[in-house]
Design a protein around this ligand. Structure first.
Ligand code: AN7
Length: 364
């Protein structure tokens, strides 16, 4: 290696993953070796579109940039590291797709056996492929996420498998690092934080992170937390579990969130709210975000953006404030739903001919 090259290497500092970047702030057993895919350190991308519409400074926390394409990797590095450290040989989770994709990847890295319980027919193909390719045993359950979680809890109780759903508090320890990163970047907490809510682990974890930073005087304030659910799966909005949750945003197709109490505490303490949105609003926001800002997210991940659009349309003013919207997962996770409503792609098949291509493109 040339000396110039060696010099470059020593000057390049790679992000170490959320455990090593924030270890002293995480409640995990001392000396737990980090099992990491270098998750976290995700970009805050300024939304010129939403900033222009609102008169606020609007930032997108792009969690699709994590190793398996969703925010779940933050909690999973923590949960898998601790499970491995404590001698587990197998791990189990219930999932609407992203938790299982993440668990399978980190279990592979750790040499643990991953067991996944998912609602049959309700997981996007991309997420299913991730779990399978990473070597998970995937069990399809006749039922929804909530039934899968009951099963996962019971399996972990009766058999030697460690549960890594967000009912495991170590998950929230990892996930709260997203709030730290936001404050580290902006210099203080934002005024408002908007995000999708399903099982309610993420909103609870953000609140944990923001309040911890405030208590440590790393931030002077905490944001108002605004959570968004699909109207077919909106238990935190109505105050009642949904026995048959239904939405095209399958990631948040959850009727009885495990972190219900923590999420309500985050709402109350922050002066925030939970709001329901139609699937049409969520899918329209997904498309517009992709066209306006160049950020492609999965349907559920657009709920915070849809929520902001609805708030602006109904007269809420964010002018002059700083707003962060977490977009939780990558658009490539579910291309089938993304393309619904675009009509058949074959419409513009042409012969390999310039004139024909120009005509099809409306140039000639
Ligand atoms: C893209 O993977 O619950 O409120 O099993 O995948 O913390 O549940 C996924 C949830 C938002 C909701 N956005 O977060 C699972 C699962 C995306 C998600 C949520 C999920 P939580």
């Amino acid at each position: 290696m040339s000396s110039a090259r060696a010099d470059t290497l020593t000057r390049t500092r790679q992000w170490r993953g959320v455990i090593e970047e924030y270890r002293s702030l995480l409640e995990i057993p001392a000396g737990t070796p980090a099992i990491t895919l270098r998750e976290g350190g995700t970009p805050l991308v300024r939304s010129d579109w939403l900033s222009g519409l609102s008169g606020a400074e609007v930032w997108l926390k792009v969690e699709g940039d994590n190793p398996t394409g969703s925010f779940k990797d933050r909690g999973m590095t923590a949960a898998i590291s601790v499970a491995k450290h404590e001698g587990a040989e197998a791990v189990v989770c219930a999932s609407t797709g992203n938790t299982s994709a993440s668990m399978a990847a980190y279990a592979a890295k750790a040499g643990l056996k991953p067991l996944v319980l998912v609602p049959a027919g309700k997981i996007s193909a991309g997420k299913m492929a991730q779990a399978i390719l990473h070597g998970a045993q995937v069990i399809m359950v006749r039922g929804n996420f909530d039934t899968c979680l009951q099963l996962a809890r019971a399996l972990a109780w009766d058999y030697p498998v460690a549960l890594v759903n967000s009912v495991n508090p170590i998950r929230l320890e990892g996930q709260k690092t997203a709030a730290f990163e936001i404050v580290d970047f902006l210099g203080d907490a934002p005024d408002h934080h908007l995000l999708p809510v399903g099982n309610a682990g993420n909103v609870s974890a953000y609140w944990l992170g923001y309040t911890q930073y405030r208590d440590l005087a790393m931030a002077t304030r905490t944001p108002v937390m605004h959570g968004f659910q699909a109207e077919g799966a909106a238990p935190l909005v109505t105050g009642e579990p949904f026995p048959d949750p239904e939405t095209k945003a399958t990631a948040i197709r959850i009727g009885n969130p495990a972190s219900w109490k923590l999420a309500e505490a985050a709402r109350e303490e922050s002066g925030g709210d939970f709001t329901a949105l139609s699937d049409d609003q969520i899918l329209a926001a997904q498309r517009e975000l992709a066209c306006q800002d160049g950020v492609f997210v999965e349907p559920a991940s657009a709920a915070g953006v849809a929520g902001m659009l609805q708030a602006l349309a109904t007269g809420t003013s964010y002018a002059g404030s700083t707003v962060v919207i977490t977009v939780t997962g990558h658009g490539l996770k579910d291309t089938v739903t993304a393309l619904e409503g675009f009509g058949p792609l074959v419409e513009s098949v042409v012969d390999a001919d310039v004139r024909a291509a120009a005509e099809a493109a409306g140039l000639a």
